[in-house]
Design a protein around this ligand. Structure first.
Ligand SMILES: Nc1ncnc2c1ncn2[C@@H]1O[C@H](COP(=O)(O)OP(=O)(O)OP(=O)(O)O)[C@@H](O)[C@H]1O
Length: 421
């Protein structure tokens, strides 16, 4: 394999979107200035002013400027890496909602991919335009970065920023998507990002371990059937109780308040296709196992955040039809990622309780947009796309970081230990 060394300055220069700065931006800015008056007239953003002087005599005489609708003042237009920003001074009586209402017209007139409107100061709005859909391109490899513990960079968001998942701020996640929508790739990217960190990874993959088995060397435990999953979840609950006792003895409210040397390793529990845990074969044992799994997952969701036990649950559908406890578990999974889904109900289950607007956006994701998802971030929703992690990348990362796999006292009889799977 030939290694090509590239100086750091050169990679920085290559990363600058020169074409946009030199050609795209000047053309778009000129288009904005030239079409501004007409655009405002057509969208009712322009308002008519009274003429300057009005004099009425015996024989009527009217003086003053003709009634000409005045557009709001378009301030400086600045280029950004992904598009541009422009400041607009509103007329008296106008609010940011007036500009927001015509965002679609701005998008078409300026020929940009999307337009957002924010109001950093009363009487002004800033329009943020994105030139091209950053999620439409192949996401490519992510630049090397030093992740914060329990944080992972998964790809890019629709406004061109890095897509981060941080378990310290959002402890549990639900990942929904139809088949071939990109859920497994998302999980694989997450695991690849967490693998170099001092974190224990535990897998539950009741489809025989076909997805998470790739990461066996880096998993502290892997359950590949519902019976194993039920035992593993019980073992995790007893780990939660041990941690609770440890925190209680030290007078700490969470493991993060414990001294560094005493702090137990954070655990991320990854559940691939959670429906497999809930579906029963009708037997008494099957029903009992499903109920045990449901209760244990719910308790982990309720207790885990402070104890460094985190859940990532992936599902094609995640609704009350799976069984009792699902809606309560969903309420614990504050982080949401919803890929393309088959029906509105699935989008509603994933995002409806957090953001009704996002449900419509999920339904616009096409089959070609594999890996594109709508996610919640800092109280708002965003479109985002994960980078591609191939099975080879997954295997390589797992074996490269296998030595970091913490030993947890979780493996009971019948449980598949990660490195033996
Ligand atoms: N971020 C992405 N960008 C481009 N292609 C992607 C992305 N994520 C996934 N894909 C492609 O989409 C296909 C399906 O992805 P994946 O296996 O992750 O879907 P899935 O939702 O897990 O499907 P299933 O439920 O059937 O396992 C793969 O061929 C993968 O290469």
């Amino acid at each position: 394999m030939a290694l090509i060394f590239q100086p750091r300055w050169q990679s920085r220069v290559d990363a600058v979107p020169w074409r946009w700065y030199l050609v795209g931006f000047p053309v778009t800015a000129a288009r904005m200035v030239l079409t501004w008056r007409k655009l405002c007239q057509n969208t009712d953003l322009a308002v008519s002013r009274r003429p300057g002087h009005l004099l009425i005599g015996g024989e009527m005489l009217v003086r003053g400027s003709a009634l000409r609708p005045e557009p709001p003042r378009l301030g400086p237009i600045r280029a950004t890496r992904t598009g541009l920003t422009a400041r607009i001074r509103l007329h008296p009586g106008q609010t940011p909602m007036h500009v927001l209402a015509v965002a679609d017209s701005l998008m078409h007139a300026w020929r940009v991919h999307s337009v957002r409107v924010i109001s950093p100061q009363r009487g002004h709005v800033v329009v943020i335009a994105t030139a091209h859909d950053p999620l439409g391109e192949h996401p490519g490899a992510m630049p090397v970065h030093r992740p914060r513990l329990l944080s992972a960079r998964l790809g890019r968001t629709g406004d061109g920023a890095a897509w981060h998942v941080d378990f310290r701020s959002v402890p549990h996640w639900l990942v929904v998507g139809a088949t071939r929508s990109g859920k497994s790739n998302w999980l694989a990217t997450l695991i690849t990002e967490l693998a170099p960190q001092d974190v224990a990874l535990v897998g539950i993959d009741c489809k025989g371990g076909m997805e998470l088995g790739l990461f066996s060397p880096r998993l502290s435990a892997l359950a590949v059937s519902r019976t194993e999953a039920s035992r593993l979840l019980v073992a995790l609950l007893s780990e939660a109780e041990t941690r609770m006792g440890q925190c209680r003895d030290a007078g700490a409210r969470s493991i993060w308040d414990l001294p560094d040397d005493d702090r137990p390793v954070p655990v991320v529990v990854l559940v691939d296709e959670v429906a497999e845990l809930y579906l029963t074969d009708g037997t008494r044992e099957g029903k009992q196992e499903a109920a045990d799994c449901s209760t244990a997952l719910l308790r982990l969701g309720q207790l885990g955040a402070a104890l460094g036990l985190h859940l990532v649950v992936s599902a094609q559908r995640f609704g009350s039809e799976l069984g009792p406890g699902v809606t309560a578990l969903r309420a614990q999974l504050g982080g949401r990622v919803c890929h393309r889904v088959h029906d509105e109900a699935s989008a509603e289950m994933a995002l409806g309780d957090l953001s009704p607007d996002a449900v419509a956006v999920v339904q616009s994701i096409t089959e070609e947009e594999q890996g594109v998802a709508v996610t919640t971030m800092g109280g708002r929703w965003l479109r985002a796309r994960s980078v591609i992690t191939t099975p080879d990348d997954a295997r390589e990362s797992a074996s490269q970081h296998a030595h970091r796999t913490p030993r947890l006292a979780l493996t009971g009889p019948g449980l598949t230990k990660g490195s033996d799977a």
